[in-house]
Design a protein around this ligand. Structure first.
Ligand code: NZQ
Ligand code: ZN
Length: 385
């Protein structure tokens, strides 16, 4: 195991009716800005719960943060934060609202000219408005991490930033607020969380037994509960397990001391930026190709994954790896998430060329060994035809 530092200051308020308790953790005497998305919270009662919990606070709201939150939209909220001297941000929504709010928090205090350089050039976040979250969609883990992924319409870019200053002060995880989620978002959430785990697990061995077993436990939970979660939306026990698995999948714990990949995500972000696919759809599309193309490099962990997650012990090693990749792809498909280019007929014909050229120009090398270059990205995407 490598050396590591683990820092996670997020207070988790898990369970039914926990929204009612947020007032205890919001500083008194500051103006609060509640941020949200396209309006789901106004239909499922979450907005009303937040309004009740904020009695006694001075607050205002900013809605309209879209999926894959856009810089252009978020900068409108930044204006409000600066103009109204907002002292606390409360994100009420899925990963897009939580991520968007982290960006608002950092951009409102940014002193340089273009706050998007926080994402593109790693410009330093020196200060941020404190924030809290009411997470309504288990998927991204944003509720318990310090990352955010922000898209820019004008340049068709999608890049992440990380700063300990945008860790939420608290996050409410009330599984009952997920009851109103449509099947597509449920399936997306399971796939996203699953692939967060594999990005931190399917690399090369680091003799990190706790992290490996923990990762396998999360994968097994998502496999066991995935279908129920998508098909039986009122099963609150299943929802509770999926909510907690998604949060634990990307809060730093399983990444401690181990190599990390993230190539599936980085390729996926380009596909969303150019073609508008949902985040999890891009991941399900890239994942099988990436693990086929990188199988030699990931061989030992793929064998461990085959044995411990898919219970494959009998056949020869190559066959076990083939089968583990095939079963994983079948799992994504069984939830209703497409894994081949043909599943997304809206995609433009030349998208592979554009993505490969983007990576070539940037000179990016992806993966746990930085061995995925632009040509490898082409092989991965060509596999999905
Ligand atoms: O906007 P509203 O009306 O709220 O509707 C949303 C949206 O249309 C809806 N929704 C959310 N909660 C609901 C609900 N509908 C009914 N009932 C509820 N309880 O779901 C739709 C999708 O929401 P969104 O927030 O976009 O989904 P998700 O949570 O999957 O977030 C995706 C974004 O997170 C980023 C992705 O790149 C993408 O931009 N990620 C963030 C990460 C992080 N911060 O660590 C890591 C991830 O890998 C990911 O990249
Ligand atoms: Zn993700």
């Amino acid at each position: 195991m490598r050396h590591f530092q683990l820092y996670n200051p997020v207070r988790v308020l898990f369970g039914v009716n926990q929204i009612a308790n947020i007032g205890r953790y919001i500083p008194s005497g500051v103006k609060v800005l509640v941020t949200y998305g396209g309006g789901s919270i106004k239909q499922n009662g979450v907005y009303d719960q937040v309004r009740d919990a904020l009695k006694g606070f001075e607050w205002t709201e900013f809605g309209g943060i879209e999926p894959n939150p856009k810089y252009e939209t978020l900068m409108k909220a930044v204006e409000i934060v600066r103009r109204d001297n907002i002292g606390f941000l409360l994100a009420v929504g899925g990963g897009s609202v939580m991520d968007g709010t982290k960006f608002i928090a950092a951009a409102a205090c940014f002193e340089g000219e273009d706050p998007y350089t926080i994402c593109t050039e790693g410009a330093e976040v020196k200060k941020a408005v404190p924030l809290g979250c009411v997470a309504t969609l288990p998927a991204t883990g944003s509720e318990m991490n310090a990352g955010a992924v922000i898209s820019r319409l004008s340049t068709q870019e999608k890049f992440a930033f990380h700063s300990p200053l945008v860790f939420p002060r608290f996050s409410v995880l009330d599984p009952t607020v997920t009851l109103s989620l449509p099947p597509r978002q449920r399936a997306n959430g399971v796939v996203d969380a699953f692939i967060h785990v594999t990005e931190q697990y399917l690399t090369y061995p680091a003799d990190a037994k706790v992290q490996d077993r923990f990762a396998e436990g999360l994968l097994l939970t998502l496999i066991e509960e995935g279908a129920n979660y998508v098909n039986k939306p009122d099963d609150i026990d299943t929802a509770s397990n999926v909510v907690w698995a998604a949060t634990m999948a990307l809060n730093g714990l399983i990444a401690a001391g181990v190599p990390e990949d993230w190539a599936t995500h980085q390729i996926g972000h380009e596909i969303t930026a150019l073609e508008g696919l949902d985040h999890a759809q891009t991941l399900a599309l890239v994942w099988p190709g990436l693990h086929k193309v990188m199988r030699a490099s990931k061989r030992e962990k793929l064998l461990q994954f085959a044995e411990r997650v898919w219970n494959l012990r009998e056949d020869g090693e190559d066959k076990r790896i083939d089968e583990a990749i095939a079963r994983t792809e079948a799992f994504f498909r069984s939830l209703g998430v497409g894994t081949r280019i043909a599943d997304y007929p809206q995609m433009s014909a030349g998208f592979i060329d554009v993505i490969v050229e983007r990576f070539r120009k940037r000179g990016t090398r992806l993966g746990e060994r930085a061995e995925i270059d632009a040509d490898t990205v082409r092989r991965i995407l060509e596999d999905r035809k």
